[in-house]
Design a protein around this ligand. Structure first.
Ligand SMILES: Nc1nc2[nH]c(O)nc2c(=O)[nH]1
Length: 452
């Protein structure tokens, strides 16, 4: 943690809750925001470092609440480019089953690097593939999180319902309930940090209704309550999934969620598209979180998440890029822009503003992950910040800086700070040889699909 006092001085624009005036800048001390200065104000005490932000738009660090890092190895893979979810998954499972720890490390480095460069300071990942030799998948990801200096909610995913028992994944990609729960407990005990400023947290994440047993859903909910960690899964992503739930359980997705003990504010769901009016009310009353993944939902033609209806009912909305085989980018700024456009088609221009979608990508996402210390530029919060310049050609002639970030399509942060430390400086990740990483990652991606 950085012990010095930093003044991020006179930003061109800054995204604060309730539009609080912070045009004089932000004071960062001990990794946290210790003061906000109104226009014309100067710090009361001397600062060790002054960063002149007059050319920068300052946002809270963005927070990504759903990803599958390993999928960066299967971006734009020809056999699935035009497939919807079920055939897309069935074609990809055997490829992903060949993942190695080295390939996962490279995939995680690429995904996190791309996220960081887009202004993201905290990410979740949903890793649900543990073929032989991959038992330490989450341990590998922990190493990468520490190396890049981000924060992460690493979810211990799982698949336990193979084809032989009526599930979607091939048998060799699933694990026993005992193995899943034992490893889940090991990871929580070893890595889960609690309280303000936590860098790494663990959540439990059985994959989806068609790839896990009812028992593992119930047991995961029980373990999460005992250990006080969060729960995550895919739900209501496609109508195929809804049909599966009706055929196998005789229940719609939300009834199933309730039956297995997941209708609670400990839960955040990826996608959350196909809900009826009653289900939206029940999800809202329970305070469930929904991670909206607009690009993936458009690419797989899954549908449109009813974000505002869910929010009005009491649910919490955050954003996620989803895995890179269905996006195929890991840019949270790009995702935020897509959320604005897709949601405008559902709710109209007046209700879906740049501030609204930025709120989902920051404060909303923080609430999804149960992190009241993140997601806002406010005194007492962690100093997780993303600074963008507006001197690219794409911004030329733009007027309102915050709107320009979304409407002109800001892509790359110039500076990113996590817990008071700069992790991106002049558009480059500190300490990362990006060229070398790309070369190694390209090779690993080629190897993975080589015999398919
Ligand atoms: N978009 C995605 N949906 C999924 N459901 C499931 O079971 N796995 C996935 C996935 O990888 N991506």
């Amino acid at each position: 943690m950085c012990a010095s006092r930093i003044w991020i001085k006179n930003p061109q624009a800054i995204f604060t809750p309730d539009d609080v005036d912070a045009r004089g800048g932000i004071i960062v001390e001990n990794g946290k925001i210790s003061a906000l200065l109104a226009a014309g104000e100067t710090p009361l005490q001397p600062c060790d470092t002054i960063f002149d932000a007059r050319e920068h738009v300052v946002l809270p660090g963005l927070i990504n609440t759903h990803h599958h890092f390993y999928q960066t190895l299967t971006r734009a893979w020809a056999p699935v480019v035009n497939e919807p979810l079920f055939p897309w998954l069935k074609t990809l499972y055997p490829v992903w089953a060949r993942l190695t720890p080295d390939a996962l490390k490279l995939a995680s480095q690429v995904a996190m690097a791309e996220l960081l460069l887009s202004g993201c300071t905290t990410t979740s990942d949903h890793h649900y593939l543990f073929p032989e030799g991959m038992e330490n998948a989450i341990d590998v990801q922990v190493e990468v999180v520490n190396e890049l200096g981000m924060r992460a909610m690493l979810t211990r995913g799982s698949m336990s319902l193979g084809e032989n028992d009526g599930g979607l994944p091939p048998q060799h990609t699933v694990q026993s309930g005992e193995a899943i729960l034992e490893d889940s407990l090991r990871l929580i005990r070893r890595y889960h940090q609690r309280g303000e400023g936590a860098r790494i947290q663990i959540a439990l994440a059985p994959c989806s209704p068609f790839s896990v047993t009812e028992e593992i859903m119930q047991e995961s909910a029980r373990l999460a309550a005992v250990e006080d960690v969060r729960l995550h899964t895919h739900l209501a992503e496609t109508l195929d999934e809804e049909d599966f739930c009706l055929a196998r359980f005789g229940l719609r997705t939300v009834d199933y969620l309730e039956k297995v003990g997941w209708l609670s504010d400990r839960t955040w769901l990826a996608h959350g598209i196909h809900f009826n009016v009653d289900e939206i009310q029940r999800l809202g009353a329970a305070g469930v979180g929904i991670c909206h993944c607009p690009v993936s939902n458009m690419r797989l033609a899954s549908g449109i998440c009813p974000t505002l209806d869910l929010e009005e009912a009491g649910a919490i909305i955050g954003l996620g890029v989803d895995g890179s085989a269905s996006n195929d980018a890991s840019s949270l700024m790009f995702e935020t822009r897509q959320a604005l456009y897709l949601q405008r088609l559902r709710y109209g221009a007046k209700r879906i503003t740049p501030q609204k979608v930025l709120g989902w990508a920051t404060e909303g996402s923080a609430r999804l992950l149960g992190r009241p210390d993140l997601g806002e530029i406010r005194v007492g919060k962690q100093a997780d910040l993303a600074l963008f310049r507006l001197d690219d050609l794409r911004f030329s002639g733009s007027h309102d800086p915050l709107s320009a970030m979304i409407l002109c399509g800001a892509e790359s942060a110039d500076r990113v700070m996590v817990g008071g430390e700069w992790r991106v400086v002049d558009g480059e990740i500190c300490g990362l040889d990006c060229e070398r990483l790309k070369a190694q990652h390209r090779e690993a991606a080629k190897q993975l699909v080589a015999t398919f």
